[in-house]
Design a protein around this ligand. Sequence first.
Ligand code: WTA
Length: 682
Amino acid sequence: MIPDQAPKEDVFLGCEEMKKEAHVPSFEKYKELYLKSIDNPDEFWGDVAKDFFWKTKHSGQFLDYNFDVTKGEIFVKCMEGASTNICYNLLDRNVHERKLGDKVAFYWEGNEPGDELTVTYRELLQRVCQFANVLKSQGVKKGDRVSIYMPMVVELVVAMLACVRIGAVHSIVFAGFSAESLCERILDSQCSLLVTADGFYRGDKLINLKFLADEALQKCRDKGFPVKRCIMLKHLSKEAEETPLGSHSPPAKRSCPDLQVPWNPDVDLCWHTLVHGASDECEPEWCESEDPLFILYTSGSTGKPKGVLHTVSGYMLYTAVTFKLVFDYQPDDVYWCTADIGWITGHSYITYGPLANGATSVLFEGLPTYPDVSRMWEIVDKYQVTKFYTAPTAIRLLMKYGSEPVQKYKRESLKVLGTVGEPINPEAWQWYYNVVGEKRCPIVDTFWQTETGGHVLTPLPAATPMKPGSATFPFFGVVPAILNESGEELEGPSEGYLVFKQPWPGVMRTVYGNQQRFETTYFKKFPGYYVTGDGCRRDKDGYYWITGRIDDMLNVSGHLLSTAEVESALVEHEVVAEAAVVGRPHPVKGESLYCFVTLTDGVTYNRALEAELRKQVREKIGAIATPDYIQEAPGLPKTRSGKIMRRVLRKIACDERDLGDISTLADSSVVDQLFQNRCCTV
Ligand code: WTA
């Protein structure tokens, strides 16, 4: 339970100044609101819902659910009977009711410094309506799935909200994923249309996205699923210069004469041509609370990615209120989240949460290290960013270059710093707090998942004393517990499985097309609880500390990968008989991929094969899954029943000789051999 009083020792208290105008100004207020959110959820969420437009009101209780597999199907229903449209709430409501039409929605900052655009709420609404009309003219209807594979450009937000406006379900695939991954996701959600772009630069590297999109569509065709239409935005080619999105901006300097864009006239359509003649008015489609909003794929421990499904009303309220309270959003803020919209952080905290609040955000296409390692701080000063949200991996990367590149810029505007994606090590926390925030800015270490829709454990910047590395306490409506292996709830200071006892509005509703998998993955192990898959410790002051994944998942630079997914990409190579992948701690990425491969008889391992295997994984999954180390394993350590002992492999990867009990191993001599042949570059 949350303590009555906040601890006063070994904590950081944040900024006194902020408390004056903060939404939640003290720990006492946090606790009072938290208790209200649990004891009287209808009133608590009813207050949150008042800010939004509802075509019809809900009837009955705010949340209805079953979290216990032994009692029947798992379900969560929020605000039954209500109907609304999120796009209307994000844009029309802000433009017409709240008179924010001229307010900047996004400062788009391109990969190349100087490449920039400004888009107001009114302009965004017009563009979204136009593109919604384009989608309708291509036959997209309410409930249809649309796949979006785009770089970080304003048109990505336009495409997603155009889907939302007409009740279509977007499935955004991160533009760093491979053609194979895109194909797999298109097939799973049966998307009728793909929206993509010609290409983009990441740093100085050109990505020919259309080429990858075409490859994915060809694979879909080969598997008997022809996607009818592919709409391509010209982002790098010349035409984009003539029709910049946003009128207050100098023409974008983006052009790429060398880009070869393949074109298939049977399928491909040009974004600009379609939009040119489209009306900028489009009546929103009113949706029921539990209508699907979007599907976003996340790695699954059995290999195949899971299509996490979120629905309309609950997700809208939850992302809006977490954004408002966790970043203590104020109307004059300039907010910047460095995530990619292709991940849940970008969905919830670049598009939905900020726009629902009428916030001004920076939308950044580039990298923290391009053209140099000061880029982030240069952008902070340029737009006078007040609230900044990034990942521990980015902090650790920049930390390597010391404080000088940070101190080249003033950063006086900064008020709150956020982190997400993996546990932040106290050293990185301290650097973020002391160097970036100059001891002035509270750090909100937000723990959440694609599945949770929004923050679930997090400090509130003016209310919660911080401890470096702890995600502190639950957000409103969230009831965490720590269980031991036998499923008993642990009280007081303890460590075990992190679970949640009841839903909050933004929790996922199912795995798209696979309710069975939804129940098995999250609810089967401990009936009555949502199981996060993370380990967690609670200290004497009641603070929660995430200790990392306790399933077969790896967290590489804040991105979850399943070991099974990488293993299956490796064994698809004809000379690989068996593969096992484990994580090895990495100073910047958090974890790196250490792969053991057993080759088929008679094949010798060499550098060329190693390079081929690396390429194979990259092509199957994407660059983030590229193995860091590959070691040939004449045999793998297995139990007598044939199960690979990953625990032992993890030790080998780290060269830790203390293996604990290995008496269940069928043949312990393989272990010595593996130690001898460890990758020498480690
Ligand atoms: C990890 C990202 C510790 C965790 C929003 C979780 C964290 C997984 C934190 C979800 C944090 C995320 N502290 N660990 N503040 N935030 N994680 O679905 O293991 O990409 O289960 O969602 O990231 O990753 P996902």
